[in-house]
Every structure is written in structure tokens, then in C-alpha cells.
Ligand binder design. Sequence first.
Ligand SMILES: [Cu+2]
Length: 373
Amino acid sequence: MPSLYKGLCLLTSVLCLTGEASADAVTDLQTKGRTAINAQLAKSTTCNAANLMVRKEWGDVPADGRRAYIKAVQCLLTSPSKLSASQFPGAKSRYDDFVVTHIQQTLSIHGTGNFLSWHRYFTWAYEQALRNECGYNGTQPYWDYGRWAADPEKSPIFDGSDTSMSGNGKKVSHQATSIGPAQNGGGCVETGPFANMTVHLGPVSPLADPAPPRNPRSDGFGDNSRCLRRDLGPGLTSKYATTSILASLITGRKDIGTFQNDLQSAGGFGGGMGVHGAAHFTIGSDPGGDFYTSPGDPAFWLLHGGIDRLWTIWQSQDLPNRMQVIAGGTSMMGGGAAQKLTDNVDISNVAGKVYQIKDLVSVVDGPFCYVYE
Ligand SMILES: [Cu+2]
């Protein structure tokens, strides 16, 4: 527990004694929205209070729970791929099947009308694989970027301890990329549970210095064995993903189009750096700094848990009017046909069922049954 948090706990002892998340502007909005989610839960035909799962911030997951999660991720990394070895020679594990799925669909799931629902389903499918294929009985933790914005490397997510998602990459001399500053790492991750992890797939569109080796195949699906690298630092989170920025993203955007665009805006998407891009390029390097291959870093799932949480909180501020709504096109740079709520979300490499977007907009309906605390 950071000392600042401890200090706040002494001042606001009730919340901390009950073990709830530290109160801040975003968790206040989360708490406020819970009433609406509970009302939706009461109407659900698939989800109820007895099977409801609670996703927590990594810093609020007890050490045993973090170890169980890490162990399950390591299990996916060492379980065999279910994909064709000739089509995807770089898919060396079940974990890599998820990376393949993201690479395949990158151009139709970012800056599009399905960005939020696609990544919700994708993250949920990963949580299901951890549970059903690797014996995990917890939930997908998330990264609250605001909570650790001043110094992500000191967060329990990235502090390099055996209950972290591993630390920064080794500090090497390197340059800024076109999107992010050169931060405090840039080399191979050498601390924590994923210190010896081998990345196989990609890169496809790397934004990392030094540049990663090229994949033997132009589609990125060849085996390109290399270390996991990161370039963590506070440069982006302290500027673009503080708690007050996250809170104003939620309270200040009244329609889904504005909300999702401001969340995602990053370099190429119209100027400023949105929360989503700031989080991705805080991990940065390789494969974290590659739009296509970013799920190859095991912190990706905490990052997207955090994005899904922000969407959930935004929805819950006016839930009846903020679920069945969509905006945007079907291809990455804002083009393509208009996205429809009846469009399919197909990640059948990793999750059997094809859903329509309209079935993926509530966290307590369709396949989903979870809340954020
Ligand atoms: Cu993505």
C-alpha cells in the first residue's frame, strides 16, 4: 500500500477498514453507477447475485489472488495452441492464439464502432480461458491508470516483485517514437514472473526503439522469438491519464461517439493522446507498442480491463440510455460502412460463440456477469 494511500486511509478510516477501493473521483462515479447496474442485474435472465463476479484493481487484489492469476497466465503461455501450425507458425501457445486473433482483426476493431464491445468480449474470453483451461477461480484484474499515474513503475502492477506483472524493461539507450517519449526502460523485462517470457508473434507495425527484429512473414504470424520489452515511465499517464482526466472523460462526454473517440484519440486519431493510447504507450516498446501485437504483453489484459471499466462506469451514469448505443465506422481510420448493433463480433479462435454487438453492451447480460469495484 503506498504511504499516501495509507495516510488517506487514516483520514477516511471507514472505507479503508472495510477493504474497499480507495475513494477517488472515478471510484465515486463507479459507486454511484452501481445502483443502475444492480437494477439491470435484477432484470437479467442469465446473471444474478449468486454468480456475479467482481473485478478488482490489481492493487486491491490480495497477494494470494495475484499469484493465482500469474500462475494461470503462465499456464496459458505453456499450453498448446489450438490453431493451425502451418497457418500460424508463431502461435506457440494457447496464449498466442489470443494474440493472433487481435492481429487478424486490428484494422476493424480500433477507432471503430465495435472497439469497446470487441475488447470487452476479448478480455472476457481471456478470463474464461484462465478459468476453464488453467484452473483459475478468480476474475480479470484491471489497471486503474489514474491511481498510479505519477509513477507506474512503483505500482504493484509493474514494481517487478513476484506479485507483479513484471517490471520495466532494462534501461537501455533509446529514442522517442513518433507517438511516445523515450521513458525509463526500452530493453528486456528482467524482473518478476514474466522475466524469461518469449514473445513469438509480430511485430506488424512496431513503434519501438531499438526496432524489434522483423517477423519472417509479412503478416506477422511467423515465429520471431525474442524477449518481452517495456518502456515504462510517468510521461504519458501523468499527462493524459490522471484520475481527474478519467473522471472528466466520464462526466463530460454525453454521447457514445464523443466518449469513445476521446478515450481512444492517440497520435493518428486527431491530435491529443487519449487514455487508451496513453496506457498502451506507457507499456510501450515491443510488443506493447505495436497496435497489432500489443496483447503479446501480459499486462494488456489489465489495461483493457481498465478500459472496459471506464466504459462500464460511463454507461452506468445513465444506463438505460447508454447501453444500446453505437457510433463510428467499421474500419480503423474512421472509414468503412457505419457500424450497426447487429454486426457480428467473431473471435472464434479463442471463444466459440459469435455474438452481435447488441449482446455485448451490458456487463450483466448475454455472456457477461461481472461488475467493477
Ligand atoms: Cu486492441
